[in-house]
Ligand binder design. Structure first.
Ligand code: NDP
Length: 263
């Protein structure tokens, strides 16, 4: 498959996608994303929660893999590292996480599935196109990686941060899933160390992860993913935090939402 979009046009497209995310932020602060504890029948037809997660996350993995393999990506070692990290994250998010959640019988609005799918299509396309078609080649003109990228501070710092964010996200999600051990349903106050300072370390971990991926790849589409993740998850963390405080009168007063001691 030959290159479909020039680097210049691609850059404009990604910049527009970033601006769209920033414009959406005030709206997302107001509207609670209606899934999980904030789900409601007001948002139209519903579907099974686990199936919804599976369907809406799948395009991200398919697109990045297809574009990476169809383009020049496989010929460049460092790009395998970037693709592998994406693959590990999304393999869990699509094939493991939804089926581990104790949400049997729960529903998610089709509208949420539709919007998330759209996001994953665009995000998977932009990052896949970058890996397959624009990151290849050599030299600064193509804006790509030098032979010694593995020892570049951006790569090393990014990788360490990515693995830290991934671990925080996994440990926090595991803890939340385990709160319903023994056929419990409903919600309780998370007590794990990670939750001592913030209500949503799983979201903080995810934001760190994709910010780190942007640093490690030093690429615009990865930056757009980091921005979108923050724009999605900071409001959701604030809504979760307010919800905890309302539902649990003894909720730890010093706990913040997403950034320890700050927010
Ligand atoms: P939540 O924290 O809302 O829920 C995670 C799981 O834990 C759900 O199954 C939820 O059940 C359960 N749960 C949460 N809190 C409690 C509690 N106090 N007691 C009992 N069970 C609880 O996360 P999301 O569902 O919003 O997101 C899941 C993952 O997806 C996260 O890792 C997040 O970072 C990631 N994500 C990434 C996005 C991105 O833009 N990159 C966007 C959205 C999510 P229930 O569903 O019934 O509430």
């Amino acid at each position: 498959m030959s290159e479909m979009i020039s680097k210049e046009h691609f850059t404009i497209l990604v910049m527009a996608w970033i601006i769209f995310a920033v414009l959406l932020f005030p709206l997302l602060l107001k509207i609670k994303a209606p899934y999980g504890r904030h789900a409601s029948g007001r948002w139209g037809p519903l579907t099974d929660n686990r199936l919804g997660w599976f369907i809406m996350e799948l395009p991200s993995l398919i697109l990045i893999t297809a574009l990476f393999l169809a383009g020049r990506g496989p010929g460049i070692n460092i790009l395998w590292v970037f693709w592998s990290l994406w693959f590990i994250h999304y393999f869990n998010r699509i094939f493991i996480f939804p089926f581990r959640t104790r949400t049997k019988g729960k529903k998610i609005p089709l509208l949420v599935v539709f919007f998330a799918m759209f996001f994953n299509l665009v995000n998977g396309f932009l990052n896949g196109y970058w890996l397959g078609y624009l990151a290849g080649g050599t030299g600064q003109a193509t804006g790509t990686y030098y032979d010694n990228w593995l020892t570049d501070p951006r790569f090393i710092i990014g990788l360490i941060l990515f693995l830290s964010g991934f671990t925080v996200n996994q440990v926090a999600d595991n803890h939340l899933i385990n709160l319903r051990k023994g056929n419990k349903s409903g919600y309780s106050v998370p007590k794990h160390t990670l939750f001592r300072y913030i209500s949503c370390p799983n979201f903080s971990g995810e934001i760190i992860e994709w910010t780190a991926y942007a640093i490690m790849t030093w690429s615009l589409p990865a930056l757009s993913f980091a921005v979108w993740t923050a724009v999605n998850l900071i409001p959701r963390a604030l809504h979760h935090h307010a919800w905890y405080k309302e539902k649990f009168p003894a909720y730890p007063a010093k706990r913040k939402a997403v950034i320890p001691f700050i927010l």
